[in-house]
Design a protein around this ligand. Structure first.
Ligand code: MRU
Length: 368
């Protein structure tokens, strides 16, 4: 997608052919800065600190983390260690494990001298596949938005609500939940996005709003607790969110607060869609609510807030009394019964065990 009019992916190999560039998402929207990853530890740190985040981008960064580790040492021990270090960075997004397994399959049985080149090749393919998948998701989601648009008068906007950031910053390019939004906007459909701020890290307010703005998509940032009110008053035509892991039964893990939006959508007959690339499906988890691991992060993310002061300094302030306990659950799981459909690269799939297995038999069979 575009940054200041220039096409940019969220991850790339630098001109030296080995080090890896990423956008530092912790300083957006106030500053656009890139970082160069040179080692396995750089890649792991970027994921843990959330300089890179979003399930598909975490996977792509981990893939390049394997490349960087093998560059330093192409032995079996180094490969195993890199897998373990990267696997431990974040627990909920299954794309991380998927990408690491893909990398292992690409290099493990090769002689040492071939491993580095094979790893860079597979990491690049993972990135290109992500972009192609997201373009397909955009096409299938566009059809849903078009159906809503034809029910409106031509100047009326289609109102989409989204949570967190499942745009191009969360993927290699294009995005998942925002792919249909960009496709509809580019097709000339009048459209407006309600952007949940997404406390505590504010990925909606800082990242989704920024990338929609860069692409010229009309949007409004709302506090997280506003969506229900808007739905009651007919101000939301469709909710589209991303996901970090979809269980075999169609339950969906996504950023904390997604479940509440799905409940409100159900109560107000607002269609609630989840967009995902197939590497986000975890057929080994049979029941998402019971068994998807939920990341718990530092309480500091809840107790403090960062932002730009009127004289353009970035400052962090505390908003919770000293001594109050805080809890920081990173994700929640929306039960399949609240999900209208899963927008995948193979079309819109019902959130059920049968439909998922039918749409992705090769993945489902491999998990048996
Ligand atoms: O904690 P984050 O910012 O990595 O969480 C991201 C999300 O919850 C996204 O909705 C999800 O990864 C889907 S990204 C296409």
């Amino acid at each position: 997608m575009k940054v200041a009019g220039k096409h940019t992916r969220s991850i790339w190999v630098e001109a030296d052919g080995v080090t890896v560039g990423v956008i530092d998402q912790t300083v957006l929207p106030h500053r656009f800065a890139t970082i160069r990853l040179e080692t396995l530890d750089d890649a792991a740190r970027a994921i843990v600190s959330m300089q890179v985040r979003g399930a598909p981008l975490i996977g792509a960064t981990a893939a390049y983390g394997i490349c960087l580790a093998l560059r330093a040492d192409a032995s079996d021990e180094s490969l195993e260690r890199a897998y373990a270090v990267l696997r431990a960075t974040r627990p909920t997004a299954i794309n991380l494990k998927w990408a690491l397994d893909e990398m292992m399959a690409a290099v493990r049985n090769r002689p040492r001298e071939e491993r580095v080149a094979a790893a860079y090749r597979r990491a690049a393919e993972i990135c290109d596949e992500d972009v192609a998948i997201n373009q397909a998701i955009g096409g299938h989601g566009l059809a849903l938005i078009e159906k809503i648009a034809v029910t409106k008068n031509p100047r009326e906007r289609v109102n989409v609500l989204t949570h967190c950031n499942a745009g191009w910053l969360a993927t290699v390019d294009v995005g998942t939940a925002l792919a249909p939004v960009y496709a509809a906007h580019d097709a000339g459909i009048p459209l407006h996005v309600w952007v949940d701020e997404t406390r505590p890290r504010n990925q909606g307010a800082s990242l989704t709003a920024w990338e929609l703005g860069q692409h010229g998509v009309p949007h409004t940032v709302i506090p997280d607790n506003t969506g229900g009110h808007l739905m009651q008053h007919g101000e939301v035509d469709i909710a589209i969110v991303g996901t970090d892991r979809v269980a075999a039964n169609g339950d969906v893990a996504n950023k904390i607060g997604t479940y509440l939006k799905a409940l409100a959508a159900k109560d107000n007959n607002v269609p609630f869609y989840v967009a995902l690339p197939s590497p986000t499906i975890d057929f080994t988890v049979k029941d998402g609510v019971a068994d998807i691991p939920i990341e718990q992060r530092s309480g500091d993310e809840v107790a403090t807030m960062s932002g730009k002061t009127s004289d353009s300094r970035i400052e962090t302030v505390r908003i919770v009394p000293d001594g109050s306990a805080v809890a920081n659950y990173g994700f929640d799981v929306t039960p399949a019964r609240l999900v209208t459909g899963l927008i995948t690269e193979r079309g819109v799939v019902a959130p059920s065990r049968e439909a998922l297995a039918k749409a992705f038999p090769e993945r489902s069979d491999a998990a048996e």
